[in-house]
Design a protein around this ligand. Structure first.
Ligand code: ASP
Length: 315
């Protein structure tokens, strides 16, 4: 008999230097948001909801919170516009849906879920994704929904220095403002049936080139789920995660080396750093419901509920 209390859930809000969290008020605000999302997910999973349902709903809440770099709080590209990427994956079937270069949808993760459920394809981009969204009656949000005063100021600062970079980071990108405080979001879950699911959603990196796609919508790079191994969501410099196919590498460490999630997480971070001096982190739930995380940056905002236990939040 599956045990409804044996669910696990993890959430992240991005990795980087995150100097803003040295300020108590900001730290509390971020941790409160993560905690609220975890409690919402707990309700879904405790009531018997699926891992896929839980990751979609939790990711949607994080997209709606403008303190994170996804949905409403997405960073701006070199043209001062949003281009969002998102993906969702079901560990029971290996079905996945992903979208990239989305500019006017409040919840790209919901569009990715419809791609998973209704399209014969896996990844839709730009105008094609827009056409698909119209078919499924997704509301078009005005540019003003995304262009907050803070986002425009952040973009202008980076644009004047000619850099592009990780939203949370202040150390590696020239001219980067220490006011940056947003982050890509991700959710992984294991439900009472033992099914795993993962979701990642992002506005990408600040002042990125028009048309740039990061790791978040790439299955195996920024997101992965397979009931036989684990569910993973990554955050950080997308190019580093694509070059190391990090989410799938973590799953492979579990599958072929027969490691648990915690041991795979240690090797995964070592691999990311050794191969490409990669910057970022990930959250992972293994098939037994064990929660693990790793990051090569100073911080990663994240939280978890392991096997129906207490809620933990950390950065
Ligand atoms: N990985 C995301 C990207 O490169 C950025 C992030 O995680 O903050 O698009």
């Amino acid at each position: 008999m599956p045990d409804r209390h044996e669910f696990s859930l993890m959430v992240h809000g991005g990795a980087g230097a995150l100097e803003k969290l040295d300020n108590d008020k900001e730290a509390v605000r971020h941790l409160e948001s993560i905690r609220c999302v975890l409690e919402h997910g707990r309700m879904i999973l405790r009531a018997g909801g699926s891992a896929l349902e839980a990751v979609e709903q939790c990711a949607s809440l994080l997209e709606d919170d403008p303190i994170f770099n996804a949905g409403a709080g997405s960073v701006l590209n070199e043209d001062g516009k949003v281009e969002m990427d998102a993906a969702i994956m079901c560990g029971a079937s290996l079905a996945a849906g992903a979208v990239a270069g989305i500019s006017d949808i409040a919840n790209p993760i919901q569009l990715a879920r419809v791609v998973l459920a209704e399209s014969e394809h896996l990844l839709l981009i730009g105008a094609g994704a827009r056409r698909f969204a119209d078919r499924w009656h997704f509301e078009r949000m005005p540019e003003s929904y995304f262009r907050t005063r803070e986002r425009v100021a952040q973009w202008e600062q980076l644009r004047s220095s000619g850099g592009a970079g990780l939203d949370h980071d202040v150390s590696v990108w020239p001219g980067r403002s220490s006011d940056d405080k947003h982050g890509t979001i991700g959710v992984v879950a294991r439900d009472g049936q033992g099914n795993l699911a993962a979701a990642t959603s992002t506005g990408g990196i600040v002042n990125k080139q028009y048309g740039r796609v990061g790791d978040s919508p790439i299955i195996g790079a920024g997101v992965y789920a397979d009931n036989a191994t684990c569910a993973v969501s990554c955050t950080g410099v997308g190019e580093d995660f694509m070059r190391t196919v990090l989410a799938k590498t973590l799953a492979d460490l579990i599958e072929f080396k027969e490691l648990d999630g915690a041991a795979a997480a240690v090797l995964g971070i070592e691999y990311l750093q050794r191969k490409v001096a990669g910057r970022g982190g990930f959250i992972l739930i293994d098939r037994q419901g064990g929660c693990a995380a790793g990051c090569s940056t100073r911080r990663m905002i994240h939280g978890w509920i392991e096997k129906g236990g207490e809620t933990h939040c950390k950065f």
